[in-house]
Design a protein around this ligand. Sequence first.
Ligand code: AHG
Ligand code: MN
Ligand code: MN
Length: 362
Amino acid sequence: MREVGAVGQAPSLSLPTPFKTVILASTMGQFPLTLSRFITQKQAAQPGATGELASLLTQIGLVGKLIAQDLRRAGLINILGTTGEINVQGETVKKLDEIANETFLKVFHHSGLVCALASEEMEKPVLLPENWQQAKYMLLFDPLDGSSNTDCNMPLGAIFSVLKSERKDRMPTEDDLVRKGTEQVAAGYLLYGSSTMLVYTVGHGVHGFTLEPGIGEYLLSHEQIRMPARGRVYGTNEGNSHKWTTGTKKYMEYLKTPDRATGRPYSGRYSGCLVADVHRILLEGGIYLYPGELDRPEGKLRLLYEANPLAWVVEQAGGKASTGTMRILDVEAKQLHQRVPLIIGSANDVRDAEEFIQGRRM
Ligand code: AHG
Ligand code: MN
Ligand code: MN
């Protein structure tokens, strides 16, 4: 290892120890990589990349910083509770749902990077006529995921899916946003937990960044995430079990039946925030289920801005995402706010769940 004096411009400079450590680390190639530097380096390796996707992901990072700042003081500045409105999903709108949605819109409206934006909180997409000729991308997002957690200081998230805008002869329409998960060009999530994280994929693995609040930068903390093929944890809303199909009930019973050889019983972990539950599973393995129900076979979660982006992230880390009968990314998209059953997690766990749900195992 070389001393500071040997690599610096001023060999006689005597630095205090903490500075020495940082400088030595940087010369050893261990200096933490910022999100923008990491993405730029990755893009440089892609022939034809213009850097716009890198800018888009950096803007997602900015949204995360702005929302995280609101969330940190939410209990102090009267932004908890509901707005009194019901959204297009028929769900109560929290003040923070609206703030998070506005933040996405403000950051992306003037970015010049996207020509259409669609969100859980808006019945119709926002189309940006001023951008459509030069902007290559369209963004779909769940601005605040897990919003039942807002008022009790529990984890929250945001989910995003990026599509390419292929048509240069006209403005995009709502139909242009309604596309299969396999057509995504970038996807990921922001997690507002004990730290703020940004996790994304552009189809070459999954990378996670943690916001270093002292310097306001996301630093690479989880490079090339690979999830275990099997976990020990399940996440589902068991209060809905009376509405589950026989196959789902049998699978859940199976997970709770002790069997040393297969690592059962699994432990239950359900936060009420899909992003947080999927993040745990991404790092430690296991399975999350919001299955189709007897009176709601389409499930609860939304295909375009919840299931598809998380499905791609999980697949890119070696996991699986299914409706119970088919791969999420192959589901035909028909409507902007379409719902879909979601069973997502470690590949072997999702495979087991599919076998029970399809009645191939009892
Ligand atoms: P959102 O807050 O964006 O509407 O999403 C809530 C989702 C998801 O985050 C969570 O796993 C699930 O819905 C919770 O639903 P239940 O309260 O029905 O369990
Ligand atoms: Mn959500
Ligand atoms: Mn939401």
